[in-house]
Design a protein around this ligand. Sequence first.
Ligand code: GTP
Ligand code: MG
Length: 362
Amino acid sequence: ELASRMRVKASEVIAKLMGLGVMATINQAVDVDTAMLIATDFGYEVEQGITEEIGIQLLEESQEGGVAEPRSPVVTVMGHVDHGKTSILDAIRKTDVAEGEAGGITQHIGAYHVRSSAGDVTFVDTPGHAAFTEMRSRGAQVTDLVILVVAADDGVMDQTREAISHSQAANVPILVAVNKIDKANADVDRVKRELSDYDLIPEDWGGQTMYCETSAKKGIGIDELMEAIQLMAEMLELKADRKRNAKGRVIEAQLDKGRGPVATVLIQEGTLKVGDYVVVGMHSGKVRAMLDDRGRNMKTAGPSIPVEVQGLSGVPQAGDEFVVVTDEKMAKNVSQARAMKAREAELGASSKISLDKLFEKM
Ligand code: GTP
Ligand code: MG
């Protein structure tokens, strides 16, 4: 019926449906959303943009139920400012990021994929400074587990507590690294006592939380920390389908003078390839190039891998979802529709504010 109303062959409609992953027979009912999407494809005017959103949904659904294969864990490092998060990652990666940071303070999220004999791990570093609550909250949302770094000479502080609440809110298991144990005034037991108030009771005290004692500076306890991560990750039985179209989340993004908009994306499902069309928040694009965390070119990136993507139409927001779509048209339409919706919402919000203001004055 849909075909005859559009004056096209039923087989053409069926072919289009199959292209969207919907297996249909000639007399099968399709829902309104699908019908609208198909009609758009045949050049009929229906509410633009919304239909493409549905297209993405259908595309996603068509890919569900693929083969789930093991993937490496994503581990976010959190804790109070200066407690040694970046230093621990430096010790694991045998690099020196902390040294090069302005004022010794991390001001962005870094994502690193580390290969080790104990297994591969993707680490997400977060800032501990009070100003970066947003980033910590986001870090807790993309991760499989959290390493809570607490300096043994300083104990539980404001952002330690904040990190615990982000992790617990996101339902992410916590592994504690009591760091700076090389310091003269280090007091590991005090840290354990303080954290026990937050439901992080150490295993050796009859609780469920794993603690590692580390000195990033002296390289103590780092191997044990890696082993603890692997142990916890194994229990989570992490899996992803690497054959489907890629889907992920933006960790951070900025405008680069030479390369244009660049976004660090953590792939969560599927495999991202150079040349893929993507929608990310209110922007779209075609992946022009991908770099790994050491600046090396990559052609593909699978689940749990962080990549820096070039080729986007604009700078997305950290936390935005990143989805591969079938073609350029779909990518553009969805991003435009989203941008329009956002503008409308903004206009709506500002007129509401002015109304409120009006009443205030009366
Ligand atoms: P933010 O990202 O700003 O929150 O800080 P951070 O937690 O990443 O701390 P960072 O790794 O930058 O380390 C802060 C300071 O503590 C640096 O001067 C490090 O050299 C020092 N530090 C880190 N780990 C240790 C350690 O195990 N022992 C000692 N003595 N100093 C350490
Ligand atoms: Mg840091």
